[in-house]
Write a protein that binds this ligand. Structure first.
Ligand code: IMP
Ligand code: MG
Length: 413
């Protein structure tokens, strides 16, 4: 039984995506009007409810698709805040491409039988997956896709795990690279040595190394950007761990060159103090980890944090840093990593933009970021929406599905 507390907690704004919730609300009306939960209980004939529900859902998705196009037109005119969609969903950010929502709905309906359901209305996950498919379809039709960046934990491998040789995503990433598409892993995991990334990604690195389907030149199109936007490594067959550190001035953005060491120290000091405060007030069994570009708390061995404790810690750190002078000068990212909380210098908006710069100023319309953390507060993939198209996954298996959709559609395009 779900407690009232849990239900109300799930309604908190930091745990919701306004665009998805708004679409869910629109689809709830045809669900109420056309689904027939009593069909199994009576012999009274009803109309073909599945067809009706499907037609109405598809119409709504087409209407939303047109509102997105209208918003894109307002973006082009430099007045996005005046579009109808922005008035309806104030938290909306940039759309880099149109979204083929009607076609994507039909594709996901075939897989998920959304319009055949009589008791369960179109859900958050249904809509998240429709949006992902619509984004992939648009990138195949438009794009062209030149760069894909992936988050690490939960997107490429399970939380805290490594990318081992049997991971299904490897063959898909090789297929992208053989098409000349650049690939980046943009992860919060912040290590200064190539070896640590090799430990986490060895299955993929070894597969790239031995692959005969991608050229030596294409192999260099793989990079890892760790600590959100702090340490960049590029694939190199001759490097000790198949990764070589890239000189900062070839990829760092101009805005990053203004970062001062004193500011970095000051921001991390404030972050560490708020984390300590949360540990004390909630009596967390935690260890503090301080690095050159990050500070975080991890549970002591054998313990786990509650989700509410993780979010309380993130929200407290976020608020204190936002209100500090240094937090206004220096970009940072406070996020809940599932069983830890980190505050990093920089964020993934910058991380993806650095990859775009390294590969010759690739544009947002030609870039896709795949990640699992897209909640506005406490998610570290959220900010990539400012620089590229995105797909929001809930597991490494969904990442594989998305890449399969892309490769299949691209092969017949
Ligand atoms: P991501 O999902 O690939 O962005 O990785 C996030 C996870 O990396 C966090 O939840 C932490 O467990 C781990 N991690 C290791 N070092 C760092 C760091 O310096 N900053 C943030 N996260 C880190
Ligand atoms: Mg992740």
């Amino acid at each position: 039984m779900t407690s009232r507390y849990r239900v109300e907690y799930a309604l908190k704004t930091h745990r919701r995506d306004q665009f998805i919730e708004w679409i869910k609300g629109l689809l709830a009306v045809p669900f109420v009007l056309h689904s027939q939960p009593n069909a199994a209980l009576t012999h009274v004939r009803t109309d073909d409810t599945v067809l009706n529900a499907r037609r109405r859902y598809a119409e709504i998705m087409r209407d939303v698709e047109q509102l997105v196009n209208d918003h894109i037109e307002h973006q082009r005119l430099g007045i996005p805040e005046r579009s109808k969609l922005k008035l309806l969903v104030p938290s909306l950010s940039i759309f880099f491409t149109p979204l083929l929502l009607e076609e994507a709905f039909m594709a996901q309906d075939t897989k998920r039988a959304i319009s055949s359901r009589r008791f369960v209305s179109p859900s958050f996950n249904d809509i998240r997956l429709i949006l992902n498919t619509a984004q992939i379809m648009s990138l195949v039709k438009g794009g062209p896709l030149q760069l894909v960046t992936f988050d690490g934990d939960v997107t490429l491998y399970d939380d805290g795990a490594s990318l081992i040789p049997s991971n299904q995503v490897i063959s898909r990433i090789l297929a992208l690279m053989s098409r000349g598409i650049r690939v980046g892993v943009v992860t919060a995991a912040g290590y200064e040595e190539a070896k640590r990334y090799n430990d986490r990604l060895h299955g993929l690195l070894e597969a790239i190394s031995s692959s005969e389907s991608i050229t030596a030149e294409q192999k260099k199109n793989f990079v890892v950007l760790g600590g959100e936007a702090n340490f960049m490594f590029q694939f190199n067959l001759d490097a000790p761990h198949l990764l070589e550190r890239v000189p900062r001035d070839t990829w760092a953005l101009d805005e990053m060159k203004k970062w001062k060491d004193e500011d970095i120290t000051e921001l991390l000091d404030i972050a560490e103090a708020t984390l300590n405060d949360s540990v004390k007030t909630m009596r967390l069994k935690a260890d503090i980890i301080r690095k050159s570009r990050a500070v975080g708390i991890v549970p002591k061995p054998g313990t786990k944090f509650f989700r509410e404790q993780l979010e309380e810690t993130v929200l407290a750190a976020q608020k204190v840093l936002e209100l500090s002078d240094v937090g206004r000068r220096l970009p940072f990212c406070a996020f809940n990593g599932g069983n830890d909380v980190f505050v990093d210098i920089g964020d993934k908006r910058i991380g993806v933009a650095c990859c775009q710069r390294l590969f010759g100023d690739i544009q947002g319309i030609n870039t896709l970021h795949v990640g699992d953390q897209f909640l506005s507060v406490s998610g570290n993939d959220f900010k990539t929406r400012m620089v590229c198209t995105t797909c929001w996954v809930a597991s490494p298996a969904e990442t594989v599905d998305i890449l399969d959709e892309f490769l299949e559609l691209a092969s017949i395009a």
